[in-house]
Design a protein around this ligand. Structure first.
Ligand code: TXA
Ligand code: MG
Length: 352
């Protein structure tokens, strides 16, 4: 059975959150309820991380399998010792450099954190969000808050309160609407429970900036071939961060990719399939002549990241059958974009 709630929405000033609205959300958390809030990455669906029953409500509200662990959010470094054990010195160096910010650290779990937060594992993922709303909420509640992205399981993450409402209306007690999130892609997850540390998910903090502190940091193997031919075996990635439409992910040099995409668009239209495109602004003209739904992603990696999930949701709403998109390299945010696109395409890539 799914968690049900009478959803209340508060429009909160993201620069100076109104104390009354924060208090409403704190009360909901204290009663074991669920609160959705913006972060600098995506919206989170939060519950008291010390309350295993409240955490269970997150899983049922999202329709998320219990095998998928949840990130714990903090507002103060002093809380780290209450959620994690044997915190290495490296964790503090990284936190000093990147927190608050889009870096999640996987550490050994303190027994105070119930095991369902971490899907039964003896580790816990923690981060400090760089956004005044969750920082005020966490400070007033004075508890660690477990929060996955505030979308139904396997759907694109929510980057606006409207997205949260689309997916979770009636399954969350309070939505703090602080406008669109900034980065638009989730945090980078770094496993410090292993040596050398490994990036489990590329995100808002790039591999290049982690290398300034950990020169031998590694990406887990499935990303090594990023923007080449995808992963070893097609179909190995479960559908995640996904629109309902089929996603065709092209990769290769622009001189080859754009003509290949144009040819495919023409074929699909001939087959009477409704075609959607996610395209950077400077490529719009190549596709404009076709009768396709085109969503413009913007003109640089930051804008493209900010807009990606909104684009997937809008094309779904336009009820397209298929979405064509290409990779954006593997430097900087390109790696995180590639990861989300690869999952949306269920691991299948069209090399050009
Ligand atoms: O930016 C973000 O990280 C957002 C905002 C809300 O903070 N949160 C987010 O959570 O993206 P979610 O649940 O959508 O993704 C969390 C992922 C899990 O799917 C899992 O891959 C990883 O974090 N994770 C959580 N705990 C872990 C652990 N103990 N060990 C390894 N990976 C873990
Ligand atoms: Mg998620």
């Amino acid at each position: 059975m799914s968690y049900s709630a009478n959803t209340r929405i508060f429009h909160v000033n993201p620069d100076a959150p109104e104390p009354d609205f924060i208090q409403e959300a704190v009360d909901a958390l204290r009663m074991g309820g669920l609160v959705a809030f913006p972060t600098e990455t995506v919206y989170g669906l939060g519950a008291n991380a010390f309350d295993s029953e409240a955490i269970n409500h997150i899983f049922s509200a999202k329709g998320r399998p219990a095998s998928d662990p949840i990130i714990v959010h903090l507002y103060d470094l002093a809380q780290l010792e209450t959620v994690a054990l044997e915190v290495p010195e490296l964790a503090y160096r990284l936190a000093n450099q990147f927190w608050p910010g889009p870096l999640t650290l996987v550490l050994r779990r303190s027994k105070r954190i119930p095991s369902n937060v971490s899907a039964g594992m003896d580790t816990v993922a923690v981060r400090m969000p760089n956004h005044p709303i969750p920082l005020a909420l966490l400070r007033e509640a004075d508890m660690p808050v477990g929060a996955p992205s505030a979308n139904r399981f396997a759907r694109p993450s929510a980057t606006t309160a409207q997205h949260v409402l689309e997916d979770l209306n009636g399954h969350v007690d309070v939505i703090l609407d602080g406008g669109a999130t900034i980065i638009g892609l989730e945090s980078t997850i770094l496993n410090l429970a292993k040596d050398p540390p490994t990036v489990l998910r590329p995100g808002g903090i790039t591999l290049e900036s982690l290398q300034t502190i950990i020169p031998d940091v590694e990406m887990i193997s499935k990303y090594l071939k990023a923007d080449d031919t995808g992963i070893e075996a097609p179909g190995m990635l479960s559908k995640h961060y996904s629109p309902q439409a089929e996603v065709l992910l092209f990769t290769g040099s622009p001189e080859r990719v754009i003509p290949a995409m144009q040819i495919r668009v023409r074929e699909l239209i001939k087959q009477e399939r409704k075609v959607g495109l996610l395209t950077p602004d400077d490529e719009y003209a190549f596709f404009e002549p076709f009768s396709a739904q085109i969503f413009r992603l913007g003109s640089n990696l930051s804008e493209i990241s900010h807009n990606l999930f909104t684009g997937m949701r809008e094309l779904d709403q336009a009820r397209v059958d298929v979405i064509l998109v290409h990779g954006f390299g593997s430097n900087g945010l390109g790696a995180a974009l590639w990861d989300r696109l690869l999952r949306a395409a269920e691991g299948r890539v069209i090399p050009c």
